[in-house]
Design a protein around this ligand. Sequence first.
Ligand code: ES4
Ligand code: ZN
Length: 319
Amino acid sequence: MNLPVAELHIHLEGTLEPEMIMSLAAKHSIELPYSSIDELRAQYEFSNLQSFLDLFYANMLVLRTREDFHEITMAYLQRAHASGVRHVELFFDPQAHVERGMDLRDVIAGIRDALGEAQDRWGISHKLIACFWRHAPASEALELLRLMIAEKHDIDGIGLDSSELGFPPELFVEVFDLARESGLHVVAHAGEEGPADYIWQALDLLKVERVDHGIRCLDDEKLVQRLVAEQMPLTVCPLSNIRLRAVVTMADHPLPSMLEAGLKVSVHSDDPAYFGGYMDANFASLMETFNFSTGQLAQLARNSFESSFIDETAKRERL
Ligand code: ES4
Ligand code: ZN
């Protein structure tokens, strides 16, 4: 039996499996630079975050229609259900899809239809979070967010993702001010490859409710004290950290020290089609290495629900 958990750090485009890349490319007559699925799979060897992002952005070009977004979201939710996920807060990258001419309404409608079906079929509850790219100008993010608010696009929050080094959170203050004023939830990737200072900025300048990754906080004792005092949620993605070489091997992963320090950490899968597996694979790898006690596992599961944006009554019912 899989542990019942909330998945809070999952990029929809990161659930695009090689088989679906091939089938969508065939469906839309898109010429891929690979002639076979094995040739495609051979690309899944990463040296850092950027080397992964290059492939990730190239592959997601096969997503072209509302139907495609429905298909990928449904496939993910079925897999998530099988791995113990009871609540999901799904990230997607609006800029990637707008950039190649898609209507954002079709993207969101395809995703929302599948989320609604998964709720009815498996009882999985959900939130939808639009992540802005930190490698693109903040003015572009601001313009798109203004449009999404004016046109009442159906999202529950915003995030910040993509290349981290050289793109500090402070660049996005206006975007996050607008999101908070508009009643949207706010999260940001920080301290994945970037320094602890980016986590301080995400807290003090963007006023985030959760930090995605955040593993580099351990470099800064004062920051750890603050995160513990505030019980600020950190969404940690173990297999992602290994595959992107933020951490050398699972035995070196800081999750046990983070738990020990009293940080509010939970386990998530980030881009499971690229990093070797979904929620269940992340827990299996952690268990193989650290053999967590029942108490530690229960803590990780409880943290995932407490760190979510499910409303308070629903939260209590699930704990
Ligand atoms: C991402 Cl692992 C990771 N980090 C930053 N941005 C991302 N977008 C998708 N996966
Ligand atoms: Zn991520």
